[in-house]
Every structure is written in C-alpha cells, then in structure tokens.
Ligand binder design. Sequence first.
Ligand SMILES: *[C@@H]1O[C@H](CO)[C@@H](O)[C@H](O)[C@H]1NC(C)=O
Ligand SMILES: *[C@@H]1O[C@H](CO)[C@@H](O)[C@H](O)[C@H]1NC(C)=O
Ligand SMILES: *[C@@H]1O[C@H](CO)[C@@H](O)[C@H](O)[C@H]1NC(C)=O
Ligand SMILES: *[C@@H]1O[C@H](CO)[C@@H](O)[C@H](O)[C@H]1NC(C)=O
Ligand SMILES: *[C@@H]1O[C@H](CO)[C@@H](O)[C@H](O)[C@H]1NC(C)=O
Length: 833
Amino acid sequence: MAGPFLTTPPRRRRVLMFTLFFLLVWAVLPIESFNPPRRLLLGITRTVVEKSSDDILQFVDPLIGTVNGGHVFPGATLPYGMAKPVADTNNWGEAAAGFVSDDSLITGFSQFHDSGTGGNPSMGNFPLFAHPGCLEDDFTKCHYATAERAISRVNGSATARPGYFAIGLSNSVYAEMTSTAHTSLFRFNFPSAAEVTYTPDSKDMPQSVPSSPLILLDLIDLSNSRSGGDIEVNTSTGRMKGGGSFRPSFGQGLYKAYFCADFHGAEIRRTGTFSHTGATDSVQALGDLYGGVRIPQGSAGTWVQFSQAPKNRILARVGVSFISASRACQNAEREIGDFDFSRVVAASEVAWQGKLAVIKADHTGLNTDLLKTFWSGLYRTMILPQDYTGENPLWQSDEPYYDSFYCIWDSFRAQHPLLTIIDPKTQTEMVRALINIYKHEGKLPDCRMSFSKGYTQGGSNADVVLADALIKNLTMGIDWSLGYEAVVSDAEEEPSDWSVSGRGGIDSWHKLGYIPVDDNDRKGTGPLSRSISRTVEYAYDDFVIALMARELGHKVDEAKYLKRSHNWRNLWNPEYDDHYRDRATGTIQGSTFRGFLQPRFANGTFSEQTARLCSPVYEQHVCYFDTRHSTYEGSPWLYSFYVPQDMESLVSLMGGAEPFVERLDYFHSSGIMYMGNEPNFLATFQFHYAGRPGRSAYWVHQYIPSLFNSTIGGIPGNDDCAMGAFSAFAFMGFFPVAGQDVYLLTPPLFREVSIKTPDGKGSATLRNANFDPGYTGIYIQSAKLNGEPYTRNWITHDFFVKGGVLEFVLGPKESSWGTQKQDLPPSLSTGTI
Ligand SMILES: *[C@@H]1O[C@H](CO)[C@@H](O)[C@H](O)[C@H]1NC(C)=O
Ligand SMILES: *[C@@H]1O[C@H](CO)[C@@H](O)[C@H](O)[C@H]1NC(C)=O
Ligand SMILES: *[C@@H]1O[C@H](CO)[C@@H](O)[C@H](O)[C@H]1NC(C)=O
Ligand SMILES: *[C@@H]1O[C@H](CO)[C@@H](O)[C@H](O)[C@H]1NC(C)=O
Ligand SMILES: *[C@@H]1O[C@H](CO)[C@@H](O)[C@H](O)[C@H]1NC(C)=O
C-alpha cells in the first residue's frame, strides 16, 4: 500500500445488471452504442489477431481491482502512457484512480490518473461532462459544478479493454474513450430522437430535453486541489485550452498541468464559461492569462453547446501537457490529427499485444478466471510509472523522464524485477530517469508523483532498484558511476528533509548500528518513528550497495556496506515473546514463538511493544505515514522475516530449519500476514531458505485464487502495479529476491510458460512434465535444466538472458528436491553471496 490512509472496508459486489431503466435507455439509443468494442474493432484488429494464435487481450480485464481497495485505473492507456481517460466517481474513499465499480455517481471524464495507489485520489484533472441537452433549451438550466452534474451510471454498462473504456450515463449519453501517449479521445453518443427523455437522479418523473448536446470541461481535479488556473473557449472553433496548479496526492508542493480540447461531429450553437454553479455565454475566458476574471477554487470551466449531431455522436480530443497549453494542442494534433476513434483503439491494442507477446503461456486446463488473473495482473504492471519524457518542466535533459514511481517501497520487490525480465528496455529507461532525478534534485526518490517529491515509507529503496538493474546487467545508456554516487549519497548524507528522500538518523545508524526509538536526530527532520522497519530496510539497502560496490570494483566500500548490512541483528531480542492482551476479551493471547526484532532505545534497553502491532489481528491501521510506532504498514512479526541478505542467520536465530518453517507457517495461517501489502510477498517464498520449497508452493496455491482472482474485488490491497507482479511471478514459477541475482523456484501454474530473451531470439521456458490442472501435484520431485539434473531451489538471471528449458516433475507430496544445504539460495553468513 502506498498511502497513509485506510482502505475502505470491502464492498458487496453488485449483481444487479440490467434494470428496467437500462432497458429504457437502451431502447432509445442506437444499438451500436452499447456494444461497440468488439463489433467495431473486429475489422481493424483482424490482421493482428490472425498473426498471434489467440487474442491475449481477451484475458485482460481492467475492471479487476476497481472495488475492495484495489484502486486500479481501468481506463484507456498505452503502456506507461501519460493520457489516462476514465469515468470518475464521487466515492472519494475508493476513487484514488477515478473509477469505482459500485453505485457511486459519475462526475466526469478526466485526463490524468495514477493506478492502484493509496493516499488521496490522484490527479483526475480536466474532466469533461456531457449533457444531451438542457431543460427548455436553456443552457443555464444544465448542471455545471461537480456536485450538481454528478449522475448515476447505467448499471452494468462499464466496459473496459486495453485501450478502451465506455460507460452509459443515466442521462442517455454513452461515453467511450481511448488514448494515445499524450491525448485522450472521447466519443460521446447521443440518442437520435429530437427530444431526450430521462429521469434525473433527484426526481421520480422522467423529463424531456431538446437534443442539443452541451459538453463542458472543468479545471477541477479529483481531490479538488487546484489553486489558480486559466481557461478559454474559442467561440467559432469550440477549442478550449488552459491549465492550473494542483497538489500531488502523496507528496509535497504543487505541479502545473495543461490541456487543449477540440470537438468534432456537430455544429456549435453557443459557447461560454461557468464558475461553480453559474454559467454564462457572455464570458469566454477565466483567469489572468486569457484576460478573464480570477478563478476561485473548485469547479470552473468552459462549455460548448452543439446542435443535434447528424451522426448522433460528438468526438472530443483532449491533448495534455505539463509544459504549456499550446504544447498540449501540439500533442493532440500530432497524435490524433484524424479524430479516428477506431484507429486509435486499434493502435493501443497493438501496443498492448506487443508488450504481452513477450510471454507465451500454455493455457491447457486453466479456467478463464485463472487466465484473467494472470494476464490482467501482467497488464497492470505496465500502467505506472508513466513515461513523461519530453514533458518535464523542471529541467532540460536528453535523458528519459518517468514519473509516478508510486511508491518504490511497493514496486522494488516485484514490479521492477518483473519489468527487468519482460520489458528490459523500459526498465532501463526508468533507471536512467531515477539517476537523472538524483542528478537534478540531489537524491533518488522513494516515491514520486506529478513532478513532486513523494513521502518515503521505509528505507531508500531506489537503491534496490538500481542494484537489481546493475546485477542483471542493464547497461544501455545507464551512467553507473552516477548511479553509484546516488546510492552512496543515500547511505552517507542525511538530507535536511528526509520525509521525502534519503534516510534519517544517519548518525545513529553509523554509530549505534540501528535506528533507536528515541533517536536524537539533529541533521534533518522526518518522522522519528519506524525504528524496526527503517533498521531492516537500511541494512538491506546497504547490502545491495555492497553488491554494487563489488560489481563496480569499489573494494573498501564493499567491506563497509557488508558490515552495515548485519545491523538488523542489533534489534534482535531472543527473549522478546509473542504474548499480548486482547483488547476485546482482556485475556492474554499469543504463541510460544520467542525472539523477534524489537524496538530499542539509544541506551541499548529494548522498548515494549507487542510483536503483532500493525497486523490484521492487532491494531492494523496505526502504522501509516504518521505512525509513532516502530514498524511501517506491517508488524514486528512481519519485519522479523525481512533479512533477504542473510536468511541463513535468521533461520539459526529462529532455532533452525524446522522451527523456522513452523514459525513461517504460523505467520501465514494465524491472520498476522496481510497479503494486501507488498512486504508480505517475499515471506510467501522464504521457506526455500529452510530447505522447504514445497511449503512455498503450498502457500502460492493458498493465495491464488483465494486472494488474487478475476472478480472486480480480486486484489487483496492497493494494487500499486505490484500485486499483479506478485501473481504473475507465482503463475510463472519463480519469484525474485529483489537486489540479488536470485529467483526462488516453485512449479508454474501453467503446463508451460516461455519468456522471450531480451534479444528476441531465444526463450526461457519453464515446464511441468506431468502437469495436472487440478493442482493435486504441486511439489517438485525433480528438475532438469537444459536436460541436466538440477537440484538448486533457485536460478539466476542468465536463464532469462540466454534462454533455456527448466523442466519439473511434480508429485502430490514434498520430496527431497531442493532441500539440501547446497541447494539453498545464497546467504551472507554461508559465504555464498
Ligand atoms: C443501480 O443499481 C443499484 C443497486 O445496485 C440501484 O440502487 C440503482 O438505483 C441502480 N441505478 C440505476 C440507474 O438503475
Ligand atoms: C478562434 O479561432 C480562430 C481559428 O483558429 C481564430 O482565427 C480566432 O482568432 C480565435 N478567436 C479567439 C478569440 O482567439
Ligand atoms: C552485459 O551486457 C553487455 C551488453 O549490454 C554484454 O556485452 C555483456 O556480455 C553482458 N555481461 C554479462 C555478464 O551478461
Ligand atoms: C534507557 O532509556 C529509556 C528511555 O529513556 C529508559 O526508560 C531506560 O530506563 C533506560 N535504560 C537504562 C539502562 O538506563
Ligand atoms: C477474490 O479476491 C478477493 C481479494 O483478495 C477476496 O476477498 C475474494 O474472496 C476472492 N474471491 C474468490 C471467489 O476467491
């Protein structure tokens, strides 16, 4: 989870699909409007579909995760695209990405979004809204401001595919949208009748309006954060342009955004502006820039009223930019000169098919729920970060610029390692962008959105993203000496505000070797809490810096950072037990497990705190950004497993392999684990380090599909573009230990899956020799790599670079495969790293 706030409790999934009202609207609308995606596109995409054996996009359902806290953006976007149109809703608790699959009202169709984030609703700037006409043909009787215009949707009408989103409004407008990199294209469909009859949400009786569509554009964003702004409409062409300043959703400062909208398909009758609820046709501009009146906060914008459209549809093209409104116009004209909606949808589909074609999976025996879970999860890993190259107003550079690293604390564990395998070119650009941000802002981000510094959640986790890339040999154009300088800066130089970059408590870290609960930090300011989680993360960050130092030949540094990577041990209290007083019953509860990481004062005394705090079983929601406790979004129980650099030591401290496995099993079965948060991912696979890879496979099958599935609520927490990476890895049969050249092996959930090598010539294939789609045999009995027996329970990255075949024989019981000391993944204390 990226944000400081709670996710709202799970909602009941709606089952009511076709109401009487839907049928009524459907009867007055042209049939085609209601099922355009497949029918319209068939002709255009036929060539593509024929080339690939099956259309993989049919298994991508962007609506997964649009309730139940997933916060997924289900609208139209290119891979990493900047323009992201979708319908926004007024369920503010759930609408972090605009749309929510519930009964909340639709407030408009805005241009920018993030996906899967926690925190406040993100972006959602410049919403359009369409009325079929105004009462008594009087434009002042139409609704303008967000609260007044918000309208119910036609139940069950939301349709989402890669590159396409559509929804029916209860005012009889059917809105479709698609996008290019910096431009949204909307197709608003209206009834063909001269009068449109519909029932407003606030009334019982239907009302009729003369068909004369009015389309407005509001300068507001989803969290109503705008200050200032300018907007104008051209009375003869209807072109609208403008921009404003907005606040980032989980960060500091302000960002500026701009748009440029053009319309196509109907005669303009009149134009004007609105401010809050009042509209006029005598003022055509608001804000200083265009010589208009100053704009207050909230809803304010421009509108165009059209004559009835001859083909009953009006296209609206909205270019966006972070540089200027005229740049937004250029983006729109360059990318969608022809207003050809079907062409733009088809191009987006081709782009997505290209991204997903890197993976070939044998679908034999899998039901569509599983297939949708896999492919949709993969799709979501390529929504953020967003490619803003060429749109950076902050500095001039030829380097790529990516934004919406939201947040790296979430994404370093699975998403970036996945992109390294399936889209190394883009991952390389992201690493270059991170290093360029360091160059110009002085620190790597831990979180970044909308050109703003986002809040740091744990350590300086961009260090792991860089180390992972270096170790996996991403080189193209990356300045690794600057990259190394960046991670060393994290480790050595405390910034004055470490709530948004770098680390705090550097002096304690260097002197005491842990972050004390009573840290007396004089170098900078930041949240003086999270002593356990910062200690384990700083230790791991220092460990990966040591690996980078080794790779780059900095011997002295390597030894220094390896030494610091043992610091997690300084919080280990072998006496710390697992008992706590249950709030409800007043009784003492807990387990007999003993020895955890415990918060500690600077004088060396341990501080009291239950090891279950911040887990689902004990005050889960007290560890967000403003926490005063010692762990961030997870319990000491969870963080006590976070020693990826030296699991061998941890296993010993926990009493050896058997007690360790017992404890990790307990963690997964007692309710302490919360899969909705990324730090829990690795703990699913850590049985490998105790010689029990079969237990990892067992827990994979406990979580898929029970927590990761194809329902609209089928993600256990904020997606963060990371949840889909977890399920994608689990389906393919390996999971990365981010920052190391290590992937832990479990049997793929497919009979076979192949991933193209980066040169596009070969492929890395994982195969189950005796696959059983009922998953009665989920335990590896033996394995062969390129025909040779293979007993290690892990593999390295060169498998994906060179290609090859890894074949498993499965059985219903755990075997001795991968259980011996020499089969285990590397650990510092065994000298295998
Ligand atoms: C949509 O369904 C909900 C119940 O799930 C109902 O309350 C609402 O009135 C319906 N809306 C329309 C426009 O039919
Ligand atoms: C409106 O657009 C037309 C065509 O581009 C242009 O000639 C005219 O100057 C514009 N009007 C205003 C007020 O900017
Ligand atoms: C790393 O990549 C470069 C080219 O980018 C290649 O020449 C080199 O052999 C690779 N090294 C390894 C260890 O794979
Ligand atoms: C260490 O500091 C804490 C907090 O100030 C205090 O409660 C504790 O008694 C101290 N321990 C010793 C041994 O001085
Ligand atoms: C699907 O996943 C969600 C979220 O993790 C979970 O609450 C739900 O029970 C799952 N549904 C099924 C049918 O497994």
